[in-house]
Design a protein around this ligand. Sequence first.
Ligand SMILES: NC(=O)c1ccc[n+]([C@@H]2O[C@H](COP(=O)([O-])OP(=O)(O)OC[C@H]3O[C@@H](n4cnc5c(N)ncnc54)[C@H](OP(=O)(O)O)[C@@H]3O)[C@@H](O)[C@H]2O)c1
Length: 240
Amino acid sequence: MTILITGGSGALGTELKKIFTDTLTPAHQELDITNKKNVADYILNHDIDSIIHTAALTHIRPCEENKPIAWKTNVDGTRNLVEAVLDNKKKIKFIYISTACVFDGHTGMYKESSIPYPENFYALTKLIGEYEVSKLREYLIVRTNFVAKKKWPYPGAFVDRFGTYLFAQDVSQGIMDVHRENMSGHVHIVGDKKISMFELAKLTTPEIQPMTIKEYSGPRLTMDMSLDTERWKKYKISDP
Ligand SMILES: NC(=O)c1ccc[n+]([C@@H]2O[C@H](COP(=O)([O-])OP(=O)(O)OC[C@H]3O[C@@H](n4cnc5c(N)ncnc54)[C@H](OP(=O)(O)O)[C@@H]3O)[C@@H](O)[C@H]2O)c1
């Protein structure tokens, strides 16, 4: 059972590589998802059973400021993979990693059946990526919300943005669980507690400073990214 992991050098990809065995984890240079021929050749020349597609442009500000690159990576890149799978004779399972940010963030605790309404360009490209993936006969779209377990990369964290956050390693365990279970459609892999970003940051960075959205300027942010699930179990965030 060979699993292709795109974005293997990223926060989630790094954790997936630790727990999945028999993986192909090509670097960006070896498999550039924006290059249709590169993607088609790679899929044709490797005996792949499943794809876990994590590669994306993930930061909100760069996506807003470089819309063509964000679109090319998150939408066209996903479509290139989907079309390569459709062109392949072999049945390949496809898991797409999406985000809680596809929802508007006004109320929180969104379920798999809730209606998406993205607040920014990053989230829009991820939602359209979901649509591309839904062209496959069988697929799993995982919506989630996580950070790498490491020192918070900024001096402050929002007390007024919320999520059912997990660490990347908890999400990778969740992905292994749903992969084993052969789930299809949409599933939310979520933590069992809604906490603020500040509370999340404090777990790894006790000296973190509280800040509010009033101190921020930039693209619109999804304020309440908390997710609920009507299809799967919830996870406890692991110890820092
Ligand atoms: N982190 C979050 O808060 C969060 C929350 C929910 C969902 N997600 C989703 O989860 C997935 C993983 O997120 P992450 O935080 O692990 O991402 P990340 O750390 O930003 O890593 C992104 C990965 O994508 C690769 N990549 C970018 N452009 C590529 C291209 N054209 N071809 C091939 N590879 C390319 C990067 O490789 P290089 O660095 O070499 O370019 C890197 O390995 C993403 O799809 C994201 O939308 C993230």
